[in-house]
Design a protein around this ligand. Structure first.
Ligand SMILES: *Cc1c(COP(=O)(O)O)cnc(C)c1O
Length: 449
């Protein structure tokens, strides 16, 4: 890939001279009517069709995974009021209310990838089942856990490239259905994620390179084999639609909590972003439901700000973080991605309010704070959302966005949702080490101030 030395390729307007604060970049193309006229954009019907598929599969999911049986086979997370105190979150009350959308706790896959990865496996299983006459008018999808179905699924190999969590969701779901599974892991992937997959009988292939290369290797190997199915994180509409269903679920949870969402009661959603599929799917769904009342903000590690780079260079599909002088070095393994998904970009380039970039230190500090004050156990990537309100409410560009969008006048009636995206399966000792590191960072900051 070409590396440009040209200054115009730098990430614009962000200055990090030694200061770890989160930065906000406002997306100038929000509301762009030309982008909004794209016939490829998903519709609310598409989201509802995806939700109907989840419902058809709920009995089967309950049968395969005891942990979701009590919930009727629903894979969903709680919406939790944030207790705090969070000394460096802008004050609750004057800035509205804070919530955590607890996808770190999503059953079966342990991360937000449950929404996309599991959904794509359900779609695959349904298509094969119809093709092979396995359902034959049966309304109860539990037949797909039976011997005949397993025999059919076992002829196919599912493969995927992953920094860890997508591999977990695909590996756990596909192997439960009887598929053979290969996961191509990029260099960032944590050892325990590989171990867990191998314990599920998954073939784990380790790659030296970054995420884009692991995906390309998987795609190439699957190409010529008709019994091979490749889950393409950079191009998959199925993943995207799976994620989008979160919007319907959140809408119901907000209604149940008595939270009004309209232009007088804006909703801010802070979404950790890797390739952009998960945050974009959720954004597309939320914008279809709430329109201008919802403001979706992506959060990326500064070194892996690929979605930001793509938004800033609308004429350069495939632009990587290396092209803009960044090195993709972050300990947020779930977000360590050099190139944004073109599908995600195309779907939301006109819907994202802005992008926040964070330093790794902030992730550990927030991971520690959340564990201490709210008892929630998240992985470093999942802490990115906490820097969202800080950058939106506490920086010049963020406040300019609030003014321009009209949200500033009604800020005390706003709701802020920090989307926490992974953590359930992190081994206890590993989490202790994360928290200890975060504690050190928080303590050093207190001494300095
Ligand atoms: C994958 C992932 C994300 C972001 O999803 P993308 O579709 O890659 O943007 C966020 N947090 C965690 C923990 C993840 O694993």
């Amino acid at each position: 890939m070409l590396r440009s030395q040209n200054n115009s390729n730098q990430i614009n307007g962000l200055h990090h001279g030694g200061e770890p604060a989160a930065q906000f970049w406002c997306n100038p193309r929000i509301g762009d009517t030309q982008l909004a006229a794209n016939p490829a954009l998903i519709s609310l019907e598409d989201v509802k069709t995806a939700e109907a598929r989840w419902q058809r599969f709920a009995p089967l999911l309950g049968a395969l995974f005891p942990e979701v049986r009590a919930a009727g086979g629903q894979i969903e997370s709680a919406l939790i009021p944030l207790r705090g105190p969070y000394p460096d979150l802008p004050e609750a009350g004057s800035a509205g209310r804070y919530w955590v959308k607890a996808d770190h706790d999503l059953p079966v896959a342990g991360s937000i990838k449950a929404r996309g990865g599991i959904y794509e496996m359900l779609l695959l299983a349904e298509n094969l089942a119809l093709e092979h006459g396995l359902l034959d008018g049966a309304q109860d999808y539990r037949v797909l856990a039976g011997q005949a179905a397993r025999e059919v699924f076992g002829r196919y190999e599912v493969s995927v490239g992953s920094t860890g969590n997508l591999g977990l969701s695909i590996g756990i779901m596909a192997s439960a259905l009887g598929f053979r599974v290969t996961v191509h892991m990029s260099a960032e992937a944590r050892q325990w994620k590989k171990d867990k997959l191998r314990a599920h009988g998954v073939n784990v292939v380790e790659h030296e390179g970054d995420y884009a290369r692991a995906v390309a290797a998987g795609r190439r190997r699957a190409q010529d084999d008709p019994l091979s199915y490749f889950v393409d994180d950079e191009r998959s509409m199925a993943l995207f639609l799976g994620y989008s269903v979160a919007a319907l679920r959140l809408q119901a949870q907000l209604a149940e909590a008595g939270v009004a969402i309209d232009d007088g009661h804006p909703l801010f959603v802070y979404l950790p972003c890797g390739v952009g599929g998960a945050p974009a799917g959720i954004t597309a769904g939320l914008k279809l439901l709430f329109g201008t009342a919802v403001h979706c903000i992506f959060v990326e590690p500064r070194a892996s700000a690929c979605f930001l780079a793509r938004l800033q260079h609308g004429d350069r599909p495939g632009i990587s973080v290396y092209d803009v002088g960044l090195d993709n070095r972050t300990e947020a393994d779930g977000l360590a991605v050099p190139v944004a998904s073109e599908l995600a970009y195309e779907q939301v380039a006109h819907l994202v309010s802005g992008v926040v970039t964070v330093e790794d230190e902030a992730l550990y500090a927030d991971l520690y704070r959340l564990r201490e004050s709210d008892g929630l156990k998240i992985e470093p990537s999942a802490a990115a959302g906490f820097s969202g309100p800080r950058a939106l409410l506490g920086t010049g560009p963020g406040r300019a966005y609030l003014q321009a969008s009209g949200a500033a006048a009604v800020l005390s009636r706003a709701n802020h949702i920090i989307w926490s995206t992974g953590g359930l399966f992190v081994p206890a000792l590993e989490h202790d080490a994360f928290a200890e590191r975060g504690h050190g960072i928080v303590a050093a900051r207190q001494r300095a101030s």
